[in-house]
Design a protein around this ligand. Structure first.
Ligand code: BDR
Ligand code: CA
Length: 331
């Protein structure tokens, strides 16, 4: 672990792209991963927790604590995203059953404890619905003043949604939680929400050629075969879904981009604005509304990503996979 390592907590609903985000984090020495909290979203909580442990083990980081969190959304319980991520959440990939972690702490307690223990230094990155973070805010309203940086994958700001015409999945899955989060962050002395929405994640795409290039570059390295098999099997499911819907075999790097921005905010250009969430629209539940013109007269609570250096991000992702194949994650 490098001397400059920054304390880091990741909140996930592991799914295929959450898995890639976790792999990216494990390849970065500058991230001192204190723990990974899990939440219902793409798949039920138990599956998200199991997938998280299995992916950390694949990355050589079975030592990282996994903290199970909310099993249901705060608001109406809606559907999962198994049509995109597969029944297990990891597409066609089959990973060895990870070991249970005895006495696992609860996500909400653990996020609060990490923020207090590393006040002013903690980086928090959420790549699932915001239920755990909202629950943490109810218990510790100072959370936005304790964290150094808070990055989410969530929202569609000047773009159509992906789960409805108006809403992106993570916000739509628990709009009440998202509203609590946006209304709590930002303001004087508090971290803003760094919002990585579909506006930028849709610009960060990999395809089968990219995965083949990783596989041929790392062939023969110590951890290459398990890693490349996982990347191929997990993403193949996603490619199949995208082909059916959009006619293109592409993988949109939603969660890996958010994770990369948490480690290096210069990857995106942001605009400061007030953001709120629609919780009870007839057609728009889960929409993220941005007050670009300051018409609400509210303080800005978010840095909304409006542009991304997609090529630099792709390069960083490929380099991270190369390092993992060499055993970078192994402790
Ligand atoms: C988000 O929804 C989930 O299905 C993905 O894991 C990602 O976090 C994209 O809308
Ligand atoms: Ca996710």
């Amino acid at each position: 672990m490098s001397d400059r390592a920054e304390p880091f907590v990741i909140d996930v609903d592991t799914g295929i792209d959450d898995a890639l985000a976790l792999l990216y984090a494990c390849a970065h020495e500058e991230a001192q991963i204190l723990g990974v909290s899990t939440v219902v979203g793409n798949v039920p909580l138990a599956a998200a927790t199991r997938n998280t442990r299995a992916v950390l083990r694949l990355a050589g980081r079975a030592d990282v604590a996994v903290w199970p969190g909310a099993p249901t959304a705060l608001s109406i319980s809606v559907r999962d995203a198994s049509e995109i991520h597969g029944k297990t959440g990891l597409g066609h990939a089959v990973l060895p059953e990870p070991e249970e972690q005895a006495g696992a702490l609860h996500a909400v307690d653990s996020i609060i404890a990490a923020a207090r223990a590393h006040a002013g230094r903690l980086i928090l990155c959420a790549t699932g619905p915001l239920t755990n973070i909202a629950l943490a805010l109810m218990r510790e309203p100072e959370l936005p003043r304790l964290v150094k940086r808070f990055v989410i994958m969530g929202g569609a700001y000047a773009e159509p949604g992906n789960v409805t015409p108006a809403a992106e999945f993570n916000i739509w899955h628990d709009p009440e939680a998202a509203r609590i989060v946006f209304r709590s962050f930002g303001g004087v002395g508090a971290a803003p929400v760094i919002a990585i929405g579909l506006d930028v994640t849709r610009k960060t795409i990999i395809d089968e050629g990219d995965l083949a290039a990783i596989a041929s570059r790392v062939a023969g390295k110590q951890h290459a075969s398990a890693l490349t098999r996982f990347l191929e099997d997990a993403s193949r499911f996603y490619f199949e879904r995208m082909e059916k819907t959009y006619g293109r075999r592409i993988f949109t790097m939603h969660d890996p981009l958010a994770l990369a921005v948490a480690l290096d905010p210069t990857l995106v250009e942001t605009r400061r604005a007030a953001v709120d969430v629609e919780t009870s629209g007839r057609l728009t539940t889960g929409a993220t509304i941005v007050d670009w013109r300051g018409q609400w007269g509210r303080l800005a609570n978010a840095e909304v990503a409006v542009a991304v250096d997609a090529e630099r991000f792709r390069r960083l992702f490929f380099e991270a996979m190369d390092r993992l194949a060499e055993g970078a994650g192994a402790t």
